[in-house]
Design a protein around this ligand. Structure first.
Ligand SMILES: [Zn+2]
Length: 701
């Protein structure tokens, strides 16, 4: 992919304005008209790339007018004319942006990426225009100062608190000169995110290894060889075998390839994404992002970006996060070293005399697993056909909450891989729409995620139902086999559906009241993974793709025995990335650091063993550098794991599908959200969570 020059950039903008003036494109823009589709779902067949830029501009214009109307309301500020009005504003822009964001994430192309580059700074400025609007803030502040006299209900108080805090955290209390500085910082950061994302996508889709000599395929299972042949063919290299840096392509290579030198090539290519000193290098970008974050935090009155972020999380401050991570680090590292010793012993047995390296871990872990537990990934995959697994996940949701997933072929999709389901309550009441999009393709970013085209709300008695989508990069069907998932992919499918249920179960008047702390967000997703591996549940959905036979008890027993296998590695590579994230955001200086050197020091500080590389390196750590999302928040997954292990324990203590417990979980945890999620959790569980269940689950106790 070629980088866009400044010239073609300007040219595109020119074309757009020319189009606008030349024909009345706006009138026909499907993004701006009413959607007379089932459940007002997006009419993807009508939406063209060129519709986005004018629609985003129009959306901003409409929202500006809505904000003006709120500000100019001659009546004294109250909840209805200010906060409820804010909740109603920006709907058009949100609708357009969500469709754009979904496509740009899961099905992008050069044109959409150009639009992202053009609109990112526009949108950043637009958001700042609202969050730094003095008159608007004064109205919110007026209500906030009087809140105790206003007779607000609990949800209204949460909405007020969210808006007020957002304003303050966005700089509403700064003076004009400071606000200008803040705007510049935000704009620059937003542009850097866009560049990071595009470099990242480019590097992940790159071919990292082309095999021409059949002997170099040694050890690879037939299905892996076939996929590699297809990848090569689709990239104009028919007759060869190609591997990309997408997980379903390179992970099996690391697991099975007997060619140690090729494993090294592949792992290094993965680790070095964004760190190749070429056009797609991210080192300078991230140093700049980190420095700008410090600058912004200082401006807003915080020592570090981590202090700024964590204030709104359950963890509250960096000390708590480091303490939490360190408590887990020691037992995890100890176990990982034992695992490495097992593998080194195996290399000796094979009469090799090399020291185990990072590119050996997957390969020898697989061998140890086979030797110790007689279990091989390849024995399991036939039982995890994607359609069966998805149905299994739906069935779990149905048994817990009584909901049903009904396929809908009359709802438009943006790619043939996308499938649509209507979600109904037990009594047939419409609950929302669920889209699944599970296979990798060029133009889809790596990883898996859940998001929505529309959130639930219920203002003025108008119940808006959610439109939710799950995206993954799972093993694709091949010419002669359906999609057969790895255990990891099975868990991911359940995980993302968990996020989806969280969105589908939203049941509040204002969507603005359902904001949850970052370190709580992974609870609804991770908790669902527990059901995926329960023997009684496995038997219902893990059916052999050819014979339809359920997974044999013998395999379930093996799975159970191997449950703790490699948990040291998994915990260590995850925690290493969490420390790296925190260290980047504990910087107090606005000087740009050398990213490579910084990472080296950060990992040396925790004493990371050389046989393991952190799950992400700084230059490809999308969670923290492709948006603000998980910055100083990557620890959240394991923080939430403490919660999910504890929550699942409640079901284990009563019944896996106890309807009352499920109803309580839905009511208190899934259907709402607030900054006080611990209180909500306690309503469900009766007490705050303990780490015991997690340590036991990972064998770290
Ligand atoms: Zn998640």
């Amino acid at each position: 992919m070629k980088k866009l020059t400044r010239f073609s950039f300007a040219f595109l903008v020119f074309i757009y304005y020319f189009n606008l003036a030349g024909c009345s494109q706006q009138a026909e823009n499907p993004l701006l008209s009413e959607w007379k589709t089932p459940f007002e779902t997006a009419p993807f067949s009508k939406i063209k790339n060129e519709h986005f830029l004018p629609a985003i501009e129009e959306g901003m214009k409409v929202e500006r007018a809505e904000i003006e109307a709120i500000i100019n309301n001659p009546e004294a500020p109250d909840f209805a004319n200010t906060l409820a009005a804010l909740e109603k504003s920006g709907k058009l822009l949100s609708r357009v942006n969500r469709v754009f964001g979904a496509l740009n994430g899961a099905n992008t192309n050069e044109e959409l990426q150009n639009i992202a580059r053009i609109t990112a700074p526009m949108l950043s400025k637009h958001r700042d225009d609202i969050s730094l609007n003095e008159k608007l803030f004064q109205r919110v502040k007026h209500i906030y100062d009087e809140k105790d006299q206003l007779n607000l209900n609990e949800e209204e108080r949460i909405v007020l608190d969210n808006y007020y805090t957002d304003f303050v955290r966005s700089g509403a209390l700064l003076d004009d000169a400071q606000k200008q500085v803040l705007r510049k910082i935000n704009e620059e950061i937003t542009n850097l995110y866009v560049q990071f994302r595009q470099n990242h996508l480019n590097q992940t889709n790159a071919v990292c290894l082309v095999i021409e000599n059949e002997a170099d395929l040694a050890g690879l299972p037939e299905s892996v060889i076939q996929s590699a042949a297809e990848t090569a063919r689709s990239r104009g290299m028919a007759g060869k075998w190609a591997f990309t840096l997408q997980k379903p392509s390179f992970i099996p290579f690391l697991q099975y390839s007997e060619k140690r030198d090729l494993r090294e090539t592949v792992l290094k290519a993965y680790v070095n994404r964004g760190n190749n000193n070429d056009d797609f290098d991210n080192k300078k970008l991230i140093s700049r992002i980190a420095a700008l974050r410090v600058k912004r935090a200082n401006l807003l009155g915080y020592d570090t970006h981590a202090d700024y972020v964590l204030e709104r999380n359950m963890a509250q401050n960096p000390d708590n996060v480091y303490k939490f991570l360190n408590d887990l680090w020691k037992p995890a590292l100890k176990r990982a070293k034992m695992e490495a010793a097992d593998m080194q012993a195996l290399t000796k047995k094979e009469r090799h005399d090399f020291k185990l390296a990072a590119w050996d871990w997957w390969y020898y872990a697989g061998k140890v697993k086979k030797e110790k537990f007689a279990l091989d990934e390849g024995m399991l995959r036939p039982y995890f056909k994607m359609e069966n697994v998805r149905k299994g996940a739906f069935d779990v949701a149905e048994k817990l909450y009584g909901i049903k997933f009904i396929p809908r072929n009359d709802i438009e999709v943006y790619h043939p891989d996308v499938e649509v389901f209507e979600v109904q309550e037990a009594d047939g009441k419409h609950l929302g729409i669920f889209y699944s999009d599970y296979y990798p393709r060029d133009g889809k970013r790596s990883g898996a995620w859940s998001s929505s085209f529309r959130s639930q709300s219920n203002m003025d008695g108008n119940f808006i139902t959610p439109l939710v989508f799950n995206v993954g990069n799972f093993s694709k069907p091949t010419a002669d086999k359906p999609s057969l998932l790895s255990i990891d992919e099975v868990n991911t499918l359940f995980h993302e559906l968990g996020h989806g249920l969280n969105s589908l179960f939203g049941n509040t008047v204002y969507s603005g009241s359902r904001r949850t702390p970052r370190d709580f967000v992974e609870l609804p997703s991770q908790v669902l993974e527990n059901w995926a591996m329960e023997p009684d549940v496995l038997k219902t959905y893990a059916l052999h793709y050819e014979t339809g036979e359920p997974i044999p008890q013998e395999l379930i027993d093996k799975l159970d025995k191997a449950r703790l296998f490699n948990q040291g590695f998994e915990t260590v590579e995850y925690l290493a990335a969490s420390f790296l994230d925190m260290d980047w955001h504990m910087l107090k200086d606005t000087v740009e650091v050398d990213a490579a050197e910084f990472e080296k020091q950060s990992m040396a500080k925790i004493g990371l063993m050389s046989e393991i590389v952190p799950r992400y390196q700084s230059t490809n750590f999308g969670h923290i550098f492709s948006s603000g999302g998980y910055s100083a928040g990557y620890y959240s997954y394991i923080w939430a794991a403490v919660l999910d292990a504890d929550a699942f324990q409640a079901f284990k203590e009563t019944d896996l599908f106890d309807p009352q417990l499920a109803a309580s979980f839905r009511e208190h945890v899934l259907s709402r959200g607030s900054t006080y999620m611990m209180d909500q959790y306690v309503k469900f569980r009766g007490a705050e969570p303990k780490v015991d269940a997690l340590l036991e689950r990972r064998g770290l106790n």
